[in-house]
Design a protein around this ligand. Structure first.
Ligand SMILES: Nc1nc2c(ncn2[C@@H]2O[C@H](COP(=O)(O)OP(=O)(O)OP(=O)(O)O)[C@@H](O)[C@H]2O)c(=O)[nH]1
Ligand SMILES: [Mg+2]
Length: 229
């Protein structure tokens, strides 16, 4: 039975990769910069996004898709920023995939957007395998969850472009060991860009917003990805 299970899983991922490639081309053609936020439950994705959506407006046109197993609580929180937000309820599925994004964006005009943020389902395992056509995959590691998380869940940290150490305002209270966290991040993803933020106090937020603007400008200048055969 074992080889058959592997085969089916590979088939699902291949289908996802093909659709993700199409999405990436659409995003690039529309000039929208797409960020996929992944982390364990409660690491601060929604809080970071609330501050990010507020900080980028009104200069930039921003929107968010948010995946959740059951509720639309995060979509309601994000919607208060004034940005366009859509909930994707996944039921028992522990990740977002390209098909879900494609369906959620069906009636959106991507050309109206500068940034699209995707809050993935809080999980350090499943979202790692699903390309969403994003430009940037940012993994959050909060100071309260343990410096060892990159070592225990290497795939999600290895597949990320950037790591955000969140809730930095709690670092001292949590006895956060910055050096150990950085060593562990670098062990699984050598050279990964790391930023520290607090959605609560605003620390590091201006630098994060500036980095996003810079990355988006760079991606708009880059040549469009090759068309899928
Ligand atoms: N002190 C502090 N608390 C924070 C910060 N960011 C988030 N929190 C708190 O951490 C808890 C979880 O934050 P969320 O933003 O809901 O986390 P999430 O990653 O979106 O959670 P899920 O969507 O359930 O995976 C909430 O009680 C937040 O108020 C921060 O920077 N500092
Ligand atoms: Mg959330």
């Amino acid at each position: 039975m074992q080889p058959r299970i592997v085969e089916v899983r590979q088939g699902v991922l291949k289908k996802n990769d093909l659709l993700a490639r199409e999405l990436r081309q659409r995003f690039r053609a529309a000039g929208v910069y797409v960020v996929n936020l992944v982390s364990s439950p409660g690491a601060g994705k929604t809080a970071l996004l609330e501050a990010t959506l507020r900080g980028l407006q009104p200069e930039h046109r921003v929107a968010a898709l948010v995946g959740d197993l059951a509720t639309d609580r995060d979509a309601q929180r994000l919607g208060r920023s004034g940005a366009r937000v859509r909930q994707i309820t996944t039921g028992t599925v522990c990740h977002l995939d390209a098909e879900m994004l494609d369906a959620a964006l069906a009636d959106w005009d991507l050309e109206d957007l500068d940034f699209l943020f995707v809050e993935n389902v809080g999980n350090l395992v499943c979202p790692a395998s699903y390309d969403l056509g994003e430009d940037l995959r940012a993994v959050l590691l909060s100071v309260t969850e343990g410096e060892d998380k990159p070592l225990k869940y290497p795939t999600i940290f290895n597949g990320a472009d950037l790591a955000l150490i969140t809730k930095i305002d709690l670092a001292e209270a949590a006895g956060f060991d910055r050096e150990e966290a950085l060593n562990n991040l670098n062990e699984v993803r050598p050279g990964i860009e790391v930023r520290e933020t607090s959605a609560r106090t605003g620390e590091g937020m201006a630098a994060w917003l500036e980095r996003l603007r810079e990355l988006a400008r760079g991606s708009r200048r880059a040549p469009a990805p090759l068309k899928a055969e």
